[in-house]
Ligand binder design. Structure first.
Ligand code: TXA
Ligand code: MG
Length: 326
């Protein structure tokens, strides 16, 4: 039976809800990246996510809900400032980490006393979450440590094999994972820069702090070698200065259209011809997937300014570049 279903069709959503109710897993589109979802209240189904992704069990999952009214049922406390952010940015690429209620199984939060919650804005995920009688815990639908898929054809063949329903919702418009913030003692802390610029959050709640040391247990979004292609990746500021001669075939990820003619490069991608950070973020993972699947030996990636969505782009590039030492 065909497993890739048109996510915009009612029958596809109904089949996906039924599979989730039976304890199965479903790949579904969000505006950031594709997710691999299970019923939050079914710990056995949730544990399958870890098996399929080969993900360590110390890595907590984000809980997706379809309505802000549901949040109260999952958290001990929904402080007014956090609620204000939810009201302003949900549905959208923001995850808020709050103290969890005991009903959420330990496996979902990797034993942490907190849970990350988000309402995605992609119409297919919203419809799925509205139809399912439970929230859906879902990490990105990629093998652990690898690039997240932003369209159905980027989903890893092994994950494709093991999952019975993949809802196709087209390419993900935002293209990088959600921004994750933690609310603790009246302050917000940035755990992962992502699809919602921190500056926009700060306009509502004031300064967002960065954690001096990573959370314990470690949040793998923090691991220095996460979100990485298989090929080595080197970040450059000035194209003239890169050491191309060391490699037979090189791939280059340009942020914007270079001012010089592109010559002597085996494969290249331009994230946004006019240098728009939002457009660049939405193309980042698909461009990296294409370079990674080509025959180049190494990927050179142009640095971007670390503001707005540039912060999320640089975070992913730095983590990708930390994987291989060459
Ligand atoms: O855009 C997204 O956030 C996508 C889509 C599918 O919603 N999801 C996603 O999930 O990127 P994942 O599992 O690949 O990344 C979630 C990150 C992990 O690094 C995890 O450690 C962190 O969120 N996280 C989840 N719950 C947490 C918690 N209670 N405390 C600290 N970090 C948490
Ligand atoms: Mg991920």
């Amino acid at each position: 039976m065909e497993k890739i279903l048109d996510g915009f069709k009612k029958e596809s959503i109904e089949r996906a809800v039924k599979l989730l109710e039976e304890g199965g897993l479903v790949v579904f589109p969000t505006e950031t990246v594709y997710g691999l979802g299970a019923n939050v209240f079914n710990p056995i189904a949730v544990s399958k996510i870890f098996e399929v992704k080969k993900r360590p069990k110390f890595d907590p999952l984000i809980v997706h809900v379809g309505d802000i009214g549901y949040v109260e049922r999952l958290v001990k406390e929904f402080p007014p400032l956090a609620r204000k952010l939810g009201e302003r940015f949900w549905p959208g690429p923001l995850t808020i980490v709050l103290p969890k209620k005991d009903e959420i199984p330990e496996i979902v939060t990797a034993g942490l006393p907190t849970v990350g919650i988000r309402i995605p804005s992609h119409p297919v995920s919203l419809e799925l979450l509205k139809r399912a009688p439970f929230p859906i815990s879902a990490p990105s639908a990629n093998p652990f440590g690898y690039l997240s898929p932003t369209s159905v054809h980027q989903i890893d063949p092994q994950i494709m094999n093991e999952i019975d329903i993949i809802l196709d919702g087209g390419p993900c418009k935002v293209g990088v994972e959600s921004t994750i913030i933690l609310f603790r003692e009246d302050k917000f802390f940035l755990l992962r820069p992502g699809g919602l610029p921190v500056e926009e959050i700060e306009e509502i709640v004031g300064k967002v702090e960065t954690l001096a040391s990573p959370l314990k247990p470690l949040s793998p979004g923090f691991l220095p070698t996460h979100y990485a292609p298989k090929k080595p990746l080197i970040i450059f500021e000035d194209f003239e200065e890169i050491e191309r001669k060391r490699f037979k075939k090189i791939g280059v990820l340009f942020f914007k259209k270079p001012a010089f003619p592109i010559e002597g490069i085996d494969k290249f991608e331009i994230l946004s011809a006019k240098g728009d950070l939002r457009e660049a973020a939405s193309n980042l993972f698909s461009a990296l997937h294409r370079l990674d699947n080509s025959d180049v030996e190494v990927i050179f990636a142009e640095a971007v300014v670390e503001e707005g969505l540039g912060r999320a782009i640089m975070d992913r590039l730095k983590k990708a570049s930390a994987k291989h030492k060459i």
